[in-house]
Design a protein around this ligand. Structure first.
Ligand SMILES: [Zn+2]
Length: 102
């Protein structure tokens, strides 16, 4: 069970606060008053899928293809890439655009 945690202060005292215009659940931190939107998709991606995504990334498969094969959403994928580029200094970032380079 993943309790939502406030991204601002780390408190777990979170209450539901209606919905954003995108239809996503909005949450409000009772500790610091920070309002945010959770990313439930992120939590549903299994360790196995993440490992598969990482393996496919090393094969320089187009991002679109990786999403289709593993079934992760593009928004999850973008977040995942962002996390990778912070921790791994690889040139994963734009395999599609670097392929076009002469
Ligand atoms: Zn907070």
């Amino acid at each position: 069970m993943n309790d939502p945690v406030c991204p601002q202060c780390g408190a777990v005292h979170i209450v539901k606060n209606g919905h954003a215009h995108t239809g996503k659940q909005r949450s409000l931190c009772r500790e610091c008053g920070f309002q945010f939107t959770l990313h439930p998709v992120w939590h549903r991606v299994s360790e196995e899928t993440i490992a598969l995504v990482d393996r496919l990334l090393t094969e320089r498969i187009p991002h679109r293809g990786i999403c289709r094969v593993t079934g992760v959403s593009r928004s999850w994928f973008r977040l995942h890439l962002k996390g990778l580029s912070r921790s791994v200094p690889h040139d994963f970032d734009h395999p599609e655009s670097s392929a076009k380079k002469a």
